[in-house]
Design a protein around this ligand. Structure first.
Ligand SMILES: Cc1cc2nc3c(=O)[nH]c(=O)nc-3n(C[C@H](O)[C@H](O)[C@H](O)COP(=O)(O)O)c2cc1C
Length: 352
């Protein structure tokens, strides 16, 4: 299936496996890439050294193009961009709108720039700054998310920008792919669906929690880091919601110290990052501090398998997923379902 996305990045299918902290590592990304999708490494939870070795690991396992997701507001974004360029990574994906200078640096080096956004005005902004395409995530999507549903946001963004738009939030099958293309998207991006594959390194006990969840078990909370964050309901989330601001801040200080050790960032760099986050997102210092909770609470579940001490970011789509295919099986199935969905349309494939 040939779309503006497959042509732009050179993948076989218009499907993206998104960057998910602690989840989208070399194994998942190379499996997604070998399956014909665009795999994206999540780098916000990696040190720059680890990022370089992870990129090399993916490159050693696949000939296919892949991407790296990074935080545009990270103090070391420049260093990460250098690694992406030096290692010949095809796509740079951003969790927030990257600055125009960063976009041009990447584009000058031949890297395709695809920021993720959750609102029309952000899509317009990054398109104006030269982004090559944009991933737009509706409110049902996993992790940090907005309020507007994909079905409302996606056509708005498609109408507002003239670069390829990739639809995210709530996708898991071929019907969804066809629906997204009908809205004018150039493909779909999926997080939760790829987390729930046999290629994902998330511990089995954690995957079991996702498989058991109903759509109504996936809720948005601001209790983890002060920002709307979609995740599985759990005892921990309930207790974070009960515990109040002061306890959350104490926890955040502990997590900031742990994240500093893991990420290899010094305190001075973390304070600089904090300042940048404060300016970039208009946050208070306590909100900046709370941001340290997310990577550590996510690591506890996604790496250590602790469903009691970790949070499980998830899209609502977890409620309709009940198997763990390999990436290859998943992608082939989605393409077969898409073909069947097109055939079922009145007039079959001749429509349009
Ligand atoms: C466990 C998990 C971790 C995530 N971490 C990140 C991240 O580090 N950076 C990012 O840009 N998006 C992150 N996201 C959001 C996803 O990349 C993606 O946009 C979202 O999952 C799409 O919605 P879906 O889950 O309905 O497919 C995360 C999502 C999940 C479920």
């Amino acid at each position: 299936m040939d779309t503006a996305l497959t042509r732009l990045v050179g993948v076989r299918y218009p499907i993206v496996q998104t960057g998910m902290g602690w989840v989208a590592g070399p194994r998942l990304v190379s499996a997604a890439a070998n399956a014909g999708a665009l795999g994206i490494l999540a780098s916000a939870t990696m040190s720059p050294e680890r990022l370089r070795s992870a990129v090399r690991e993916v490159a050693s396992r696949t000939e296919a193009p892949f991407g790296v997701n990074l935080r545009a507001d990270a103090g070391d974004a420049g260093e990460r961009v250098r690694i992406i360029v030096e290692e010949g990574v095809r796509v740079a994906s951003f969790a927030l709108a990257p600055k125009p200078e960063l976009i041009s640096r990447l584009k000058d080096a031949g890297v395709v720039v695809i920021p993720s956004v959750g609102a029309r005005r952000h899509a317009e902004k990054v398109a104006g700054w030269g982004a090559d395409a944009v991933v737009v995530q509706g409110g049902e999507g996993g992790g940090h998310t907005g309020e507007v549903a994909t079905t409302v946001l996606l056509p708005q963004v498609v109408d507002a920008v003239d670069i390829p738009v990739v639809a995210a939030g709530g996708f898991h099958d071929g019907r969804g792919l066809v629906a997204a293309l009908a809205y004018g998207a150039a493909g779909i991006a999926m997080g939760t669906r790829f987390l729930l594959t046999s290629d994902s390194t998330v511990p089995a006990a954690v995957k079991a929690r996702y498989l058991a969840a109903a759509a109504s078990d996936v809720a948005v909370t601001t209790a983890v880091d002060g920002l709307p964050h979609r995740m599985l309901r759990s005892e921990l989330v309930a207790s974070l919601e009960r515990s109040g601001r002061a306890a959350a801040l104490v926890r955040a200080v502990r997590h900031a110290a742990a994240f500093r050790r893991l990420s290899g960032l010094g305190w001075a760099r973390m304070v600089r990052d904090g300042r940048a986050m404060r300016r970039g997102k208009g946050l208070s210092w306590s909100q900046v501090l709370l941001a340290a909770n997310t990577p550590m609470l996510l690591k506890a579940s996604m790496v250590d398998g602790r469903t009691d001490t970790g949070v499980m970011a998830s899209g609502q789509v977890a409620g309709v997923i009940d198997d763990l295919p390999s990436c290859a099986e998943l992608v082939e199935r989605i393409m077969a379902e898409a073909a069947a969905a097109l055939d079922r349309m009145p007039g079959g494939r001749t429509v349009g």
